[in-house]
Design a binder for this molecule. Sequence first.
Ligand code: G6P
Length: 609
Amino acid sequence: MCGIVGAVAQRNITPILIEGLLRLEYRGYDSAGVAVLAEGNGIQRVRAVGKVIELQNALQATPATGHLGIAHTRWATHGKPAEHNAHPHMSGKLAIVHNGIIENHSPLRKKLIELGYQFTSETDTEVVAHLIAHYYSESHDLLDAFRTALGELHGAYALALMHEDQPETLYCARMGSPLVIGQGSDEHYIGSDPLALLQVTDRFRYLEEGDHARLTINTCEIWDRDNLSVDRPLTRYEHAAHSLEKGEYRHYMLKEIFEQPQAIRDTLAGIVGDDHVLTAILGPDAETRLVDIANIHIVACGTSYHAGLVARYWIEDQAGIPCTVEVASEYRYRTVVVPDNTLLITISQSGETADTLAALRFAKDQGYLATLAICNVAGSSLVREADWRLLTHAGPEIGVASTKAFTTQLVALLWLTTALAQVRGKPADQIAANVKALKDLPAIIEQALTLEPRITTLAERFANKHHALFLGRGTHYPIAMEGALKLKEISYIHAEAYAAGELKHGPLALVDEDMPVVSVAPSDALLEKLKSNLEEVRARGGQLITFACETIDQTNDSNHEIINLPFVEGCISPILYTIPLQLLSYHVALVKGTDVDKPRNLAKSVTVE
Ligand code: G6P
């Protein structure tokens, strides 16, 4: 995904811009570029396809130094990876960089061509450069031209702008893609991620949706979407959320559980609009290609497989597309019948899991319409070899037990479901509800994380247990499976998950006072059925632990502990109910004294069959 760095300072800022780009490399990109303004010299622009090192090599051949500059790493959406498509894009004496997708770029491009502007790239970004230049040619007021152009853009953007006429001023704006302003001593910076700027400052102002700003070395003016002057607080960056340090946390797993709100925000950045999803992230002709899909096969391993199982419910229910889900180690060795126009989706945190990668390679000869990788590692084999890619931005996940990778996979899959429904003309209110639910999710997860003290106490009840059952129904059945897997992986307690309706077909025989039965009970259409299943357990002396929606009328007793979660609309509920199950397995593992981050016999990335 694209990255932005910008600076206005008294010193030469080129090394700072390059260091910033290097720090954003983990996000994945295909080309990079920089534009620097040196007084008297005009804007010098250098761009290169490939890694930032290629840009550094190009800069050695054509040095660019100055005290005002913008830089970018690009992940192609509109136009193939090529130097002419790399940012910054220029229009006369103006240069811009952009993250996100401008949805109405086609009509704007047409209008600008009619006005005489010549395009040198296939990008949506160049449209913005010419649009600002056009309004500037009319008003001779750059701030005014910037605002007028922003008012015409539909979609998502983080933008940075510089102009030779104002060699001491940097402009920026944010709508749907993150952007922060970093404050140094007599210098200002911008970055799509504060990590890009930690080498020069730890003091940041976070722009809010619709904000735009004008920066000089010692002034920072910010306006909101109504052009009203606003003050965004200067905050000190406490710890690097995606750093490889454990920081204040006892284990990586706990740190990663608590990083989930931010990981979800990062995954959604630039891919959702106000009330719809921005499909162009899948490529310029994504809409047509999404419409063509008549079937979906999902293949993955471990926790990623569970994410696929949830997605099947969403995809069939909301997009009306038949969907199957299978573990990669089985799929790759059997005869697979592939109906016409089937999309293969592989899901993987690492993008290097041997069975999943082999499944993708096997699928290449099976007549699929296309292959899509949902993955957390931009440069991984899976991403490189799939036709389409949808990246999660969970940041590095160190704990072997997958947590934030799972919830961001679910976010990506719900986004994909919404995109499939959107291109099929499903009701706009349904699409808007999904988008709102996704945007609300980080705050709701923050609420769920406050349950930790209660779950810490609950975990002590598992100290002497050897077995546990997990129950759920509908989209929450795979969440029960994931809860059981987490408990197995890190506490070594034998745990099995069942669709609650299956209980009486066998596992009920296991239930006695020594068997904790953990269930997830959202307020949905299956609630009454689930309650009946729980009564079957209670009648046999089972110890019930239920994570239930706060609106459900149920009371605690000595055999039934109920922990309430906030009410949420249906589709994001499985993501919410994942959180307490992660916390439960973590705290049970602490009670058991196991090696939480490196459980015995397991590996983070299984690169052998
Ligand atoms: C290993 C990890 C699991 C993970 C699985 C699939 O077993 O321990 O946490 O879910 O691999 O990994 P992937 O990187 O493909 O998601």
